[in-house]
Design a protein around this ligand. Sequence first.
Ligand SMILES: NC(=O)c1ccc[n+]([C@@H]2O[C@H](COP(=O)([O-])OP(=O)(O)OC[C@H]3O[C@@H](n4cnc5c(N)ncnc54)[C@H](OP(=O)(O)O)[C@@H]3O)[C@@H](O)[C@H]2O)c1
Length: 268
Amino acid sequence: MDLQLTGRVAVVTGASKGIGLAVTRTLLDEGARVVAVSRKSGGELDALAGPNLLHVAADLMDPDAPGLAVERAVEVFGGLDVLVNNAGGPPPGADLPRFGFTTPTDDDWRDMFEFNLFAVVRALRAAIPHLLESDAASIVNVSSGNARHPGPMNFDYNAAKAALTNLTKGLSEEYAPQGIRVNTVSPGPVRTAWWTDEGGAADIIAGATGSDRDAVLERGAAEMMSLTTGRLVEPQEVADVIALLASPRSASTTGADFAVDSGFLKEI
Ligand SMILES: NC(=O)c1ccc[n+]([C@@H]2O[C@H](COP(=O)([O-])OP(=O)(O)OC[C@H]3O[C@@H](n4cnc5c(N)ncnc54)[C@H](OP(=O)(O)O)[C@@H]3O)[C@@H](O)[C@H]2O)c1
């Protein structure tokens, strides 16, 4: 299927690793021009270098960063068609999962919302005037299955993602009539650095359950989260759905929330 993304301009946040890297690679493969935003580049992103890729080094915890990244995209590529707000998860310096409601402090809550919600709000504010100029504008916000299925951990993260999913629906109501489609993709646990790094989620769960990292990644996490496929999601599986939503082939899809979660959500 031709996603009709050739020459389209996309900004992808959190693009150096994990889901964002897979999205960047996929959009480039589809012929799009991509502005990849992260604090640092990295070997895998560097390997994609070419005339259609621009890396913008920016810390999205800085309130000016989202706007500067969007402006850079317009300056270099002449417009904007797609915004993928992918960066999120544990803010710099934090580790998830974090157990218990009383564990995160006020500062933890603030950082979580700064990274997962306010940075997105700022990117949206900067991007929307340019997206209104596009004849095929699409915003994809990467939320989480925990937005709709909270549990007794990561309270601050779950609440920030729930707000993002809610915000997305409202934006669709305002902007779909003006030609900008807005959707969320809500992953379940995805095999990214967040899970696999030393000290990452798999290690934290292993420590809490008396297991080890590999056992958590291969079986433990899937069992704990009742994943019906029995395994974590792969980043490319999320990226493929994001690419389809970015594409004009999804012209009638807006205000929707797509679970790519190995069967994590049980509600209809
Ligand atoms: N992995 C999961 O299990 C899972 C599940 C549900 C939802 N999600 C959501 O999926 C999205 C992507 O997660 P992921 O697991 O793919 O992430 P990841 O592999 O940990 O990658 C994070 C990306 O964000 C960038 N980043 C981190 N802090 C940043 C900052 N302050 N400013 C700019 N960029 C920053 C990182 O690059 P630098 O470090 O160089 O900045 C990297 O490119 C997030 O919104 C997350 O909430 C993930």
